[in-house]
Design a protein around this ligand. Structure first.
Ligand SMILES: N[C@H](CCC[C@H](N)C(=O)O)C(=O)O
Length: 261
């Protein structure tokens, strides 16, 4: 079988994109998806995303997201932004999109070379002694650290992700260092990739909201500097939670190809 694909990256979080409107892609083949994401034996990627049609004519397309381990997973913010850019490339949309993902409907806007993605509202933020936990479309542990550049993210992240704290479901693990009034450095260990990724969209969204929740910033738009580049998150406080949450950053097509499998 030959699979045609496009490779996209959003601040270094990279994805194999498949136009699956014909629904021929074997989505249940976990081993195949894992091998397509393999950086030595396959295309390479932090995840694989299928673009599909939705029966509702008010929905431009549907997003089906798989982590690199081949399992379908929760929402991917950077992947959602890349999918919007892919949909524009395919002439499915122009500068505005409404699409359905695993966590519900999302609105997106394309502005020059950035994609602004509206994330779901976040109501429940658990502030603990040494960390904050919230779900910004995917589950995220947020922990403040010093000297973030020296951190062994993969080792320490895996310890927390597989600890009793998160049981079988696990969580993504984010480390954050404040470097300005509305600027933070973020490094993320991603569940389902089981490694540090160069950025994580739902991760920086969770970090931005967590920092606002514990008054580490008074701004309603924060800059997140990740190893893969800079992302912005805009939000509005809404009681104990947040609404009008937007994830903003680049989404780039890197190459296209076909792979025999
Ligand atoms: N690995 C995450 C999903 C992808 C999140 C990340 N790539 C993003 O940009 O939000 C999880 O299983 O919870």
């Amino acid at each position: 079988m030959t699979i045609n694909f496009y490779k996209y990256q959003g601040t270094g979080n990279d994805f194999v994109m498949v136009d699956n409107r014909n629904e021929l892609f074997p989505k249940n083949d976990t081993n195949l998806i894992n091998s397509l994401c393999d950086r030595k034996f396959g295309i390479g990627g932090d995840g694989l995303i299928c673009l599909e049609n939705d029966a509702d004519e008010n929905i431009d397309f549907k997003m089906v997201y798989f982590n690199a381990d081949g399992n379908e997973s929760s929402m991917c913010g950077n992947g959602g932004r890349c999918l919007v850019a892919f949909a524009k490339f395919l002439n499915i949309i122009q500068e505005h999109a409404t699409f359905l993902a695993v966590d519900g409907l999302h609105e997106a806007k394309i502005k020059k070379n950035t994609v602004e993605l509206k994330m779901q509202n976040v109501e429940n933020i658990q502030v603990n002694e040494n960390h904050i936990f919230l779900d910004s479309g995917s589950p995220h542990h947020v922990q403040i650290t010093g000297k973030i550049d020296d951190l062994e993210v993969k080792r320490i992240g895996a310890e927390i992700r597989y600890s009793d704290l998160y049981g079988k479901t696990g969580s993504n693990i984010n480390f954050v260092e404040k470097i300005g009034e509305d600027t933070f450095k973020v490094r993320t260990y991603e569940r389902g990739v089981e490694d540090e990724t160069l950025s994580c969209g739902t991760g920086v969204t969770a970090v931005a909201l967590a920092m606002a929740a514990i008054s580490k910033t008074s701004s309603n738009e924060v800059q997140l500097k990740t190893p893969g580049g800079e992302l912005r998150v805009r939000f509005q406080k809404d009681g104990q939670g947040f609404k009008n949450v937007w994830l903003i950053g680049p989404a780039i097509q890197v190459f296209k190809g076909e792979i025999l499998c």
